[in-house]
Design a protein around this ligand. Structure first.
Ligand code: F6P
Length: 317
């Protein structure tokens, strides 16, 4: 099952799970539309050919959803009943934070072996260095910001680019660093807008041609709109534009790194189920597959290192 916001590489993970399961003589079923499909019994048997030609495709062939009904006891009971009807004996859940929160609640009420795979562009899960889809999303953002820099430079403009990440700033952080952004505003650090304005002022005085501010949608100060308003108010003569990149970051062909991560974790997920290593999310840390209990996964992600934050200040002078 894939659940929550889709992420590039989910299809590669589905392919790996289906093929590894069948290789080991299992019957594999796909639950469509996440927990909502589980509640409604939207469950189909899958063969190896059902996952042909999908490793390179974004989105998810199983579709996905955010289910409000699954947050209720009645919803969870209905979902469990459907799993029984279809003879499901183990689950592979591919999703992000919300998916694993749902899983924790579900397993407090019902018992069924399950493993999770980190499928989210946000990279906001403990227990893994990277999540499936993050690398693709960051590369999409980098390509877009590079293009924005060209036009910003041509016009001597200040640009504010808003990237996805409701609660996490990893996409903004990584792509901001890779594009040499002058400022990176993320929810994990308190945004001091006066400091940002001071830096713009300093850049203006020494005629720095381009100033790019990358802001995560969940930043504590606000998104591109709020930052734009403050900058325009303080520097009325400055030519300011903003761009909200939005869902473009969620689509597209997965990068090589995401395809490999998804394949590796999909394969390991079936082996974990077979060996009874369950109620854990699989991740890769220091190039090794690691297993983290669902309850720990949802308790928070890895904090952003101070080294990186310091480096950003130094490199944007
Ligand atoms: O969880 C991934 C994510 O893309 C977040 O970065 C973003 O805030 C959210 O999903 C958007 O969700 P939706 O597509 O439901 O608007």
């Amino acid at each position: 099952m894939t659940s929550g916001g889709d992420s590039p590489g989910m299809n590669a993970a589905i392919r790996a799970v289906v093929r590894t399961g069948i290789y080991h003589g299992m019957e594999v079923f796909g639950i469509r539309r996440g927990y909502q499909g589980m509640i409604e019994g939207d469950i189909v048997q899958m063969q190896t050919t059902d996952v042909s030609n999908i490793i390179q495709r974004g989105g998810t062939i199983l579709k996905t959803a955010r289910s409000k009904e699954f947050m209720t006891n009645e919803g969870m009971d209905k979902a469990y009943a459907q799993l029984k009807v279809h003879g499901i004996e183990g689950l592979v859940l591919i999703g992000g934070d919300g998916t694993f929160r749902g899983a924790v609640n579900f397993f407090e009420r019902h018992t069924i072996p399950a493993v999770g795979l980190p499928g989210t562009i946000d990279k906001d899960l403990a227990g893994t260095d990277f999540t499936i889809g993050f690398d693709t999303a960051v590369n999409t953002a980098v390509e877009a910001i590079d293009k924005i820099r060209d036009t910003a430079e041509a016009h001597d403009r200040l640009f504010i680019v808003e990237l996805m990440g409701r609660d996490a700033g990893y996409i903004a952080l990584h792509s901001g660093i890779a594009c040499g952004a002058e400022d990176i505003l993320i929810p994990e650090t308190k945004t001091d807008i006066e400091e940002v304005l001071k830096r713009i002022d300093a850049d203006e005085r020494r005629k720095k041609a381009v100033h790019i501010i990358v802001v995560a949608e969940g930043d504590d100060f606000g998104g591109a709109k709020e930052v734009h308003e403050r900058v325009a108010l303080r520097f009325p003569k400055l030519d300011v534009r903003s761009c909200v990149l939005g869902h473009i970051q969620r689509g597209g062909a997965p990068t090589c790194a995401d395809r490999i991560l998804a394949s590796r974790l999909g394969h390991a997920a079936v082996n974990a189920l077979r060996s009874g290593n369950t109620q854990v999310m699989l991740g890769v840390m220091n190039d090794k597959v690691v297993y983290t209990p669902f309850a720990r996964v949802v308790k928070g992600n890895t904090p952003i290192s101070d080294d990186l934050l310091e480096m950003i200040r130094v490199l944007s002078v």
